[in-house]
Write a protein that binds this ligand. Structure first.
Ligand code: PLP
Length: 355
């Protein structure tokens, strides 16, 4: 049973931790090729894509930068609704890109019609638009399907770059059906591995765009990942322990629990968390877009007091993030956390909130 309810990193099953202690293998040999082939085959259903997928020894933030260096030559539109969606702005500015933003207040989701209006009313052409599927700071899930459709319809050659860091593996993500060009996730969230690698799916348009970029740097160059992936590997020495763990975890997600059951479990954890905290905490964000992987809650008692009291009882909860730090705490209900663990934690939280 887990007592760790942080919205990333999340609790990791002991059998997965054990996978990470296997002996090293060379990353240019047949054993690694076989391991990589299994992973590559399983990433397709995970992202619901028939296009290319890569594994990078890096975290989600690196993939944000990678998406920009491969896809954006000049101008970018960033949609923001919280701290992680805002991170794109700082990265884009550090790369010298021209950036516009379409923002809603924290706790709300981006309205696809606002995005459509923005794209039609602006004469500026965007190389890409960024969308954060699940805003971990506020516990809001954006409707990526509708947002991507707005981009496709209003500006067909604008690429859609999606951060699925805290959704992939917990909330449905359908890269090909939704028409996403870059979609990535860290593994320390709903995939429930230790942090250290990130997964990405890229469209054919993305690779075509990358070919036209004058400079893509070296480590994040998608074309270099594609070249090596086609040969069964990665460009530089990967975190091999993570690859063992990922292969085992994909086996569990796809053929053990199954993706559909995993999505149902996450939706049920959201409902339980919201229902069982409602007497002492308000859901801080828009209920109609409440995330199935993380809930940001504004309690009657100061949140840090609640968290400290829970820590004394052996439970770790997430703190409020950024400008919501003083007013909220977060329950991460993602990855391999069971309903049984969640309910056991909520029993204690209810008791602590009463005292
Ligand atoms: N995007 C979102 C939505 C996140 O929640 C996070 C981390 O919490 C990141 C990006 C950054 O990911 P990483 O910490 O793996 O770099």
């Amino acid at each position: 049973m887990s007592n760790f309810f942080v919205p990333g990193p999340t609790w990791v099953r002991p059998e997965i931790l054990k996978e990470m202690t296997r002996p090293m293998i060379g990353h240019r040999g047949a054993e690694f090729r076989e391991l990589y082939a299994r992973i590559a085959a399983d990433l397709k259903p995970l992202f619901a894509t028939a296009q290319d997928t890569f594994v990078m020894t890096a975290t989600g933030t690196a993939l944000m930068e990678a998406a920009l260096v491969n896809c954006v030559n000049r101008r970018l539109l960033v949609t923001t609704c919280g701290a992680f969606s805002e991170r794109w702005l700082a990265i884009a500015e550090s790369l010298g890109l021209e950036v516009d933003k379409l923002s809603v207040e924290w706790g709300k989701a981006i309205d696809p019609e606002d995005l459509r209006d923005h794209l039609t009313s602006r004469r500026a052409h965007y190389d890409a638009v960024t969308i954060t599927h699940n805003e971990t700071s506020t516990g809001v899930t954006n409707d990526v399907a509708a947002l991507a459709r707005a981009v496709r319809e209003e500006s067909p050659d604008t690429l859609v770059l999606v951060d699925a860091v805290s959704s992939l593996g917990g909330i449905p993500v359908r890269v090909d059906e939704w028409g996403l060009d870059v979609c990535f996730a860290s593994v320390q969230k709903a995939i429930a591995l230790p942090p250290g690698i990130a997964l990405v799916a890229v469209s054919a348009q993305t690779l075509a765009r990358a070919r036209k970029m004058p400079y893509r740097g070296t480590y994040f160059d998608f074309l270099n990942y594609k070249k090596h992936a086609d040969d069964g590997g990665v460009p530089s020495t990967p975190s091999i322990p993570h690859f063992y763990a990922l292969a085992a975890q994909l086996e569990h997600i796809l053929r053990g629990e199954t993706l559909e059951a995993r999505f149902r479990r996450h939706a049920a954890m959201r409902a339980t968390t919201i229902a069982r905290t409602s007497t002492f905490a308000k859901l801080a964000s828009d209920r109609t877009h409440a995330s199935a992987t993380v809930s940001a809650l504004a309690p009657v008692r100061p949140p840090e007091e609640l968290r400290a009291a829970m820590k004394q009882r052996g439970y770790t909860l997430g703190g409020g993030y950024g400008k919501w730090k003083e007013t909220t705490f977060r329950v991460g209900h993602m990855g391999d956390i069971t309903m049984e663990s969640l309910n056991a934690m909520l029993d204690v939280l209810e008791e602590v909130a009463r005292t």
